[in-house]
Design a protein around this ligand. Structure first.
Ligand SMILES: [Ca+2]
Ligand SMILES: [Ca+2]
Length: 233
């Protein structure tokens, strides 16, 4: 159901470039950018290429979550969706190798119109999904099948205020300063901010980070439909 809602939303977003999220445009893919996209890593099982922004002309540039998504989407990609522990290990290796503080993934809290379905409750546990692929993220308080442990950090910013660790997602920024933009609705992979290693954290989407893009089947299919002679390289 969630993926249907997402596909539906995406269809109209693509069909009408005036559709806005968070007050800004959703970018359409562009042929020349798709074919010139950087290819740093390949997942042989899916044929998906990935790139890390810090290894490109973007250098140390950091983008908000939506801006980072749009950069990826213009290249027939999207922010990385970590459906498998292999992909997660690849991201961990990149963060380690380049000593990155944190990166954006496509992970998103379903906290907008159409997210009231019972199977998405409670939202902080069952309401997360990969906006890049449309698939849901396993419950945040469990270790998913095929994973060696739960990738969400078991601690974070709020832990200092109470006597026990407060696991992620904790919506900390919103709890400390309630406003429309401080909701921690986007998923970043952070490098040892709380002596917790390289782990998943919910973070406010306006914050700027480096990012990893992954080939998007949705973007590529859109290009094939709208440009029948398009051959992606
Ligand atoms: Ca993926
Ligand atoms: Ca958090």
């Amino acid at each position: 159901m969630l993926s249907f809602i997402l596909m539906f939303t995406l269809f109209f977003a693509l069909a009408d470039s005036r559709v806005r999220t968070s007050g800004r445009l959703i970018a359409r893919p562009r042929i020349e950018k798709c074919n010139a996209r950087p290819k740093h890593y390949l997942d042989k099982r899916t044929g998906h290429y990935y790139f890390f922004s810090g290894k490109t002309d973007y250098g140390s540039y950091e983008a908000s979550w939506l801006d980072a998504r749009n950069i990826c989407r213009e290249m027939c990609m999207d922010l990385v969706s970590l459906e498998t522990s292999e992909e997660n290990m690849m991201v961990e290796a990149v963060i380690k190798q380049y000593e990155v503080d944190d990166i954006w993934t496509s992970g998103r809290l379903c906290n907008f119109h159409g997210c009231d379905a019972p199977h998405l409750q409670p939202k902080n546990i069952k309401g997360w999904f990969w906006s890049g692929s449309g698939s849901s993220i396993p419950p945040t308080n469990e270790t998913a099948p095929g994973w060696k442990d739960n990738p969400w950090s078991d601690t974070g910013f709020l832990s200092q205020f109470v006597s026990k660790p407060v696991p992620q997602p904790d919506n900390a920024e919103y709890l400390l300063q309630r406003s429309g933009v401080t909701i921690e609705a986007c998923l970043s992979v952070q490098n040892n901010w709380y002596s917790d290693g390289i782990e998943w954290h919910d973070a406010a989407c306006y914050r700027t980070k480096q990012f990893i893009c992954e080939d998007s089947d949705v973007m590529m299919n859109f290009m094939k439909k709208t440009h029948p002679n398009f051959v992606l390289r």
